[in-house]
Design a protein around this ligand. Sequence first.
Ligand code: F6P
Length: 336
Amino acid sequence: MKIAILTGGGDCPGMNAFVRAVVRCSLNMRPETDVWGVTDGWKGLINNDYRRLNKRDVAGLGSAGGTVLGTVRVPELAARVDLQEKIARNLHENHFDYLFMCGGNGSIKAANVIETILRREDMMTRIVAAPGSIDNDVCNNIGLSIGFYSALDKSLEMLGWIRDTASSHRRVYLVKSMGRKSAYLAFYAGIATGAEYVIQPGENIDFEKLAVLIGERDRDTRIIVSEGYDALTLTEIRETLENIFGQRNLTHEIRTVDMGYFQRGGKAAVTDILRASWVAFRMVKDAFRNCESGFYTASYIGDSPEVLPLYIAADDAITSHDDIPPEVVEMALALR
Ligand code: F6P
């Protein structure tokens, strides 16, 4: 059997654990397997850019952040049928039996489109995909994506550091979080750290209410601003609040900080390493049994991953929701 491994979209901790597990499981379970890594994600499949992987190539990769295979965003892939067909042809002509993919929302959509072409043209490659994204916006009603816990860990640590300086100076911090418009990262980080408020994508901020909330506190206040809230910049939110503070004779100082790319880097959380390894192991076993293409949820060791057809996993209307569930919002407010 000949397989290719690809990490797509934004990198996340846990992708390397996935690559390592696919390589090790396939070569240990069937040493004759021909294993290739795709360089730079979907771009590598367009350019036929692969390198052979052996067990030593992935030594020590379990907890390493980023992706050793590299990833490049190819936004035009969604609309360019010629590129989609080229990828399908390249997979087939290189005699790959399976493509193992770990990626986010956009990559699952790409995998689905390419798989449709592969089936339509009766080509040989099948695609097995696992969710890898700090945004948790892949099939997020049936499991958490690989990378999400790692990004949460980083966020908690950063929010702890901010608490130290915020409480020392009695300051208010507006803290920007990544996570696209799914807002999972912002809310889960807010809940876990006990932030005073989380501004959601699309929210119509009630500044008066927010000023009251801040005014009631005499020390630090951390307000997380989720990516996807784009009506105002951090600076504009700060200025609006400062005006209201002025009218109410509040002396609170406000600072702004963006956690951004720091959330995405660094070591993988052990939960992500274990789930990435488990799902990869299950995918390899299924491939050796000649399974069909499919999307695998990243379950915990011992639980069977749910396996969905790629067209279901790629359909936001069926499996994904952009809005955080209302009860999670309620919980965040209740815990502040
Ligand atoms: O999808 C992961 C993510 O980190 C998002 O949270 C963020 O919006 C985006 O990627 C940033 O993308 P890029 O790395 O292309 O700037």
